[in-house]
Design a protein around this ligand. Structure first.
Ligand SMILES: Cc1cc2nc3c(=O)[nH]c(=O)nc-3n(C[C@H](O)[C@H](O)[C@H](O)COP(=O)(O)OP(=O)(O)OC[C@H]3O[C@@H](n4cnc5c(N)ncnc54)[C@H](O)[C@@H]3O)c2cc1C
Length: 535
C-alpha cells in the first residue's frame, strides 16, 4: 500500500485554529516521540479522529538521540530475550520496507583480537540471523584478518585475528519521527508541536479529555476524548501522578514513578577515524558494555553509555567518565584514537526504562527494555519503554489495550504493516545513503518539491539549502532554528560548530516563512552545550 498523499501545509495558525475548533476526538495522545507518533499514525490509519500534542518539538526528547540502529538487539540475544529480539527483527524489516529513504541495511563488523572471539560471537550472530528468518538482511559471515581490515580500514591492526560481519539497519531517527507525524497528518490527524498537555479532566471519575497549552502564546485549549494515551517518554510519570492525585479516592497512596531513566552519551567524530562503509561493534568492552562506531550522515557516531540518572533534564549533560569511557574504548579498536579536540558534537539521551515498583532504578542494564502499558483507575493509558525499532508493534499493542478497555471502538489492526511513510515512494531509492553526507536523499520522493521552492540553489552548507529551510517551515512543522538544525537537518548532532555558524541565516529564512521568533540566541547557547566536553 502506498501513501501517494499530497503533503499537508503545517502553518501554525491553521493548526491552532483546528485545535480551537470542535475539539472532540476518538483518541488524544500526549508526546510526539517515536511512541506517541506511532500510536497517532496507527490510529489515523484505522480511521480514528486523532489529536497529538507535543510540549517541545517532535522527537526533541529521546527519539532524536538514539544510536540510529534499527536492530533486533544483539545484546538482548545474549541476555536470552528471544521473543524481544524476534519481534524487533520483524519490525526492522517492516521499517526498512516502509521508509527506505530513512532506514537502510548496514553491515556491522565485530573485530576479534582473541582466538575465541570469532567462533564465540559468530555462533551468536548466526543465531541472530536465523531468528530473523525471512526478515534477514544478509548472512552473517566469518572474515579473515584482511577481510576485516578491508571493511574497517582504520581498525587497529595490531593483534587483530579475524572478524565477523552481520547485518542490521540504521536510520535517521528525528526525520523518521517527522515522517510518522506527516503521514498521520495526511490521514487526517491533528498534530501540534509546542503544545503541552497540562492536565486531564474527568467525567464520573473517568478521563474525558485533556487541557493543553500553546507554549508559544500560553493559550489553553480543551480536547475532549474518552481515550487519552500518555506517551511522554521518560516524563510519563508527571501526568500519571496528576491523574493519580485527582482520582486517589479513599486511597492516600501516591502513584509510584514507573520510569528509571538511564543516560546514553554519543560522541561524533570525522568518518575517517573508521573509514569504509561498515559499522564497528564491540560486544563486550573492558567493563562489559557494548560499543558501536557507526558511520552516519558522513560522520562517525561513537557510543553509547548506560548510566542511571535521577533527574529528567531536557538537555542532559554528559558525565566526564562517560566521555572518557567512549574515547578510551574507541582508542583500543581504532588505529588513530580520537581525542577530545576531535569531537564535533556530544549528545545525550535518556532511556525510559521501566522499573519494578520499589526499585530505585540503579543498575539500569538489567531493567526492562520491553515496553510497558498501564491503565489507571480513571482509564489513562500510559505507555513507555521499548525502543525505536519496535514503535509500530508498540502502537498496535496500545490500540489493542484501548479497544479491550472499550475506550476505542474495535477496528482491525495491521493498518501500518505495509503503510509507506511520506517520502517513501521513489523507485530505486539510493541504497545506503544514510551513511553518506546529508543531502536531498533524506527527502525521498519529495526531492522535486524541495527543489521547486525558492532558494533551491542557495547552499547554506553542504547538504542544506535555503529551500530545505523553507520546506521545513512549510511542511515539517519547524518553528525555530533548533527545529531545523537539530532535527530536520541533523547538523547540530553532526557538527555543532558548523550548525552555530548557520543559525543567523536559518533564522532569517524562518522568520520570513513563519513570522515567529526563530530563537537564534537559544540555539547558539544549546550548540555550545553540544560542543562542550566535561573537564
Ligand atoms: C542513548 C540511547 C540510544 C538508543 N538507541 C536506540 C537505537 O539505536 N535503536 C532503537 O531502536 N532504540 C534506541 N533507543 C531507544 C529509543 O530511542 C527510545 O525507546 C524511544 O526514542 C522512546 O521514544 P518515546 O516516544 O517513548 O520518548 P521521547 O522520544 O522522549 O518522546 C516523549 C515526548 O513527550 C513529550 N512530552 C513530555 N511531557 C509532555 C507533556 N506534558 N505534554 C506534551 N508532550 C510531552 C516530550 O517532549 C517528548 O518529545 C535509544 C535510547 C537511548 C537513550
Amino acid at each position: 500500500m502506498s501513501t501517494l498523499l499530497q503533503p499537508a501545509f503545517t502553518h501554525r495558525g491553521d493548526l491552532i485554529s483546528r485545535l480551537a475548533g470542535d475539539g472532540h476526538y476518538d483518541i488524544a495522545i500526549v508526546g510526539g516521540g517515536a511512541t506517541g507518533l506511532g500510536v497517532a499514525l496507527d490510529a489515523a490509519a484505522r480511521g480514528f479522529r486523532v489529536v497529538l500534542v507535543e510540549s517541545h518539538d517532535f522527537a526533541k526528547g529521546t527519539s532524536s538521540r538514539s544510536t540510529k540502529l534499527v536492530h533486533g538487539g544483539v545484546r538482548y540475544l545474549a541476555q536470552g530475550n528471544i521473543s524481544l529480539v524476534r519481534e524487533a527483527l520483524r519490525e526492522r524489516s517492516t521499517l526498512l520496507d516502509n521508509a527506505p529513504h530513512l532506514a537502510q541495511a548496514l553491515a556491522f563488523v565485530v573485530p576479534s583480537y582473541q582466538w575465541w572471539e570469532a567462533p564465540f560471537y559468530g555462533i551468536g550472530l548466526k543465531m541472530y540471523d536465523a531468528l530473523a528468518g525471512r526478515a534477514s538482511l544478509g548472512a552473517t559471515e566469518f572474515l579473515s584478518r584482511d577481510e576485516t581490515l578491508g571493511l574497517l580500514p582504520m581498525a587497529q591492526p595490531r593483534g587483530l585475528k579475524a572478524g565477523i560481519k552481520y547485518w542490521d539497519g540504521q536510520f535517521n531517527d528525528a526525520r523518521l519521527a517527522l515522517a510518522l507525524a506527516r503521514t498521520a497528518a495526511a490521514r487526517g490527524a491533528l498534530l501540534l508541536n509546542y503544545c503541552r498537555a497540562a492536565d486531564l479532566f474527568y467525567d464520573a471519575g473517568k478521563v474525558a479529555g485533556l487541557v493543553c497549552e500553546d507554549v508559544l502564546t500560553g493559550q489553553p485549549y480543551r480536547i475532549h476524548s474518552p481515550c487519552v494515551v500518555n506517551a511522554a517518554g521518560v516524563w510519563v510519570d508527571e501526568l500519571r501522578q496528576k491523574d493519580g492525585a485527582a482520582n486517589s479516592g479513599a486511597s492516600t497512596r501516591p502513584v509510584q514513578p514507573m520510569v528509571a531513566p538511564s543516560q546514553g552519551v554519543h560522541l561524533v567524530v570525522d568518518r575517517e577515524f573508521l573509514g569504509g562503509d561498515a559499522a564497528l561493534m564491540v560486544p563486550k568492552t573492558a567493563d562489559g558494555r557494548v560499543l558501536f562506531a557507526v558511520p552516519w550522515l558522513g560522520k562517525l557516531i561513537l557510543g553509547t553509555t548506560d548510566t542511571p540518572r535521577h533527574d529528567l533534564a531536557r538537555e542532559p549533560l554528559p558525565f566526564k567518565q562517560e566521555v572518557d569511557f567512549i574515547l578510551s574504548e574507541s582508542a583500543r579498536y581504532l588505529q588513530q584514537a580520537p581525542v577530545r579536540a576531535d569531537v564535533k558534537s556530544v549528545w545525550v539521551g535518556l532511556r525510559p526504562l521501566v522499573k519494578a515498583q520499589g526499585d530505585d532504578g540503579d543498575g539500569t542494564k538489567d531493567l526492562s527494555r520491553e515496553h510497558t502499558i498501564v491503565v489507571s483507575r480513571s482509564g489513562l493509558i500510559t505507555v513507555t519503554g521499548g525502543k525505536w525499532t519496535t514503535y509500530r508493534a508498540m502502537a498496535e499493542d496500545v490500540l489493542g489495550v484501548c479497544q479491550e478497555r472499550s475506550l476505542l471502538i474495535a477496528k482491525k489492526g495491521g493498518a501500518t504493516a505495509h503503510l509507506k511513510l511520506i517520502g517513501a515512494g521513489a523507485p530505486g531509492m539510493a541504497v545506503r545513503a544514510i551513511c553518506q553526507a546529508p543531502g536531498l536523499h533524506s527527502y525521498g520522493d519529495e526531492q522535486a518539491l524541495v527543489m521547486s521552492l525558492p532558494g533551491a540553489d542557495r547552499v547554506l552548507t553542504d547538504g542544506l539549502t535555503e529551500a530545505m529551510v523553507r520546506f521545513a517551515a512549510r511542511y515539517e512543522y519547524a518553528i525555530c532554528v533548533e527545529d531545523v538544525l537539530a532535527r530536520r537537518s541533523r547538523l547540530l548532532f553532526l557538527d555543532a560548530r558548523l550548525a552555530s555558524s548557520l543559525a543567523a541565516q536559518v533564522g532569517e529564512i524562518l522568520l520570513q516563512e513563519t513570522g515567529l521568533d526563530p530563537q537564534v540566541g537559544v540555539f547558539l547557547e544549546l550548540a555550545q552545550q553540544y560542543l562542550r566536553l566535561p573537564a
